[in-house]
Design a protein around this ligand. Structure first.
Ligand SMILES: Cc1cc2nc3c(=O)[nH]c(=O)nc-3n(C[C@H](O)[C@H](O)[C@H](O)COP(=O)(O)O)c2cc1C
Length: 181
């Protein structure tokens, strides 16, 4: 089974042909603007949920740091940071209360693009959290005081573009979008 499965995995498709070119020298300097451009292009390419990302947090496993990750939806980007919302009593909510640092990872297979964003996490206001809860699809008008809007305040970014010739492009930026390489 394991050898068959290994071969099965090896035979699965690689990146699709016709990937877009990416030249960091001509890209918007503002990481939020570049992200918005890539998000729009992912949507136009047919990605069903381009605003979905994996959020990694760090917990504690008997004194050892234990990362965990799960998919979430991006809610906004503004001066507070990159917003997401969840329940404060969830695993990630508890982990963020103890260790307010996180990493986000967006992946758009049709474009061969990945965006990584990481940094400290701030809790946004009760008003903004209530608005996010009320705004969710199929809202029933109820309130949920445990619902919390958070913002990652990025200290690092990486925009990664796969290339069909395997010369993948990695564009790394620090705080305020200053190039990191
Ligand atoms: C595409 C997708 C989007 C999701 N969006 C959210 C979200 O915005 N907020 C949320 O709390 N959970 C969301 N979930 C569920 C989470 O992945 C997760 O199962 C849940 O929040 C519990 O995570 P935790 O136990 O690690 O805290 C989403 C799941 C998927 C697959």
């Amino acid at each position: 089974m394991s050898e068959t499965f290994r071969k099965f995995l090896r035979a699965l498709p690689d990146f699709p042909a016709g990937l877009p070119e990416f030249d960091p020298a001509t890209a918007p300097q503002d990481p939020a603007e570049l992200f918005r451009q890539w998000l729009d292009e992912a949507l136009a390419a047919g990605e069903p949920q381009p605003h979905a990302f994996s959020l990694a947090t760090v917990g504690d496993d008997g004194g050892r740091p234990q990362p965990s990750s799960r998919m979430l939806i991006l809610k906004n980007i503004d001066d507070d940071g990159w917003h997401f919302a969840t329940s404060r009593t969830s695993r990630k909510g508890r982990e963020l209360a103890a260790a307010p640092q996180a990493a986000m990872n967006f992946y758009w297979p049709s474009q061969g693009r990945q965006v990584r964003v990481a940094g400290p996490v701030a809790e946004l206001s009760a008003e903004a959290s209530a608005l996010d809860w009320a705004d969710r699809p199929r809202s029933d008008g109820s309130s949920n005081p445990g619902w919390q809007l958070y913002a990652v305040q990025p200290t690092e970014y990486e925009f990664w573009q796969a290339s069909n010739d395997r010369q993948h492009v990695r564009h790394r930026l620090g705080r305020n979008g200053v190039p990191a390489d």
